[in-house]
Ligand binder design. Sequence first.
Ligand code: ZN
Length: 283
Amino acid sequence: MLMAGVLGCVAAAYAAKPAAAPYTLRGDWQQGRLIFGHTDPRAKVEFDGKSLLVSPQGDFVLGLDRDQAADAELRVAVPGRAASVKHYTVRAHKWDVQRIDGLPPAQVNPPPETEARIAHEQVLIVAAHARDTERGDFMQHFQWPASGRVSGIFGSQRILNGTPKAPHYGVDVAVPIGTAVHAPVGGVVSLAEADLYFTGGTLIIDHGHGVSSVLVHLSKLEVKVGDEVQQGEVVARSGMTGRATGPHLHWGVYWFGQHIDPQTLVPPMPATQAAAKISKPRH
Ligand SMILES: [Zn+2]
């Protein structure tokens, strides 16, 4: 009894004076979000076992996928201090799921002869998303790459003839073909392809620390791989190339392979643009 009492006192003393976390965070622990962190620039940061870059100013970023598991672990080790290991609960988002049955099979799956092409293109895209550069552009406030009616939201999913298709990993803005497309924040162009099977004219801009923007269905690319771009710079013209059903800009944001909702990074679309009557939906 005595021992238990003593240990109880020790535990209470620790509880009363918890060590302050050696970092601060900004963002919501919810699926599809980025979380921005700040710590000692010398710190070693790991998120779910993945080592993260820490900038010379102490900034880091992590992403919570559309389907992120509920439990996430952040480990921050500052030299000379015990490592901080903390678990966070990621809130699930209720994504829009639509079931469509009775479609002709050709409409559900790409033709078999396109398999090799699609696989090759996927390798290029995966390589672009895998980049982990020291750029700090991701710390800027993101801007919409184009203004118009939001015609498709992030995370929605269609189940065609019982087969779940890839969720919609981006936001669609209905704009006429040829509309200027602006860099949401600065970066370096990591992929510029005029004609990919699914996405047609496609740009990927590396914003640093694994954060990138994907801009697709473009009719014209105004930049090439390796170009440095500034926030707001015109990087392309919109279109409806690839498997698009109408003219629109599709904008995706990634943290490595994780899918982030771009709309969580920008202010609401200005009302006049949001109300504009421009037709045609997502791809
Ligand atoms: Zn889209």
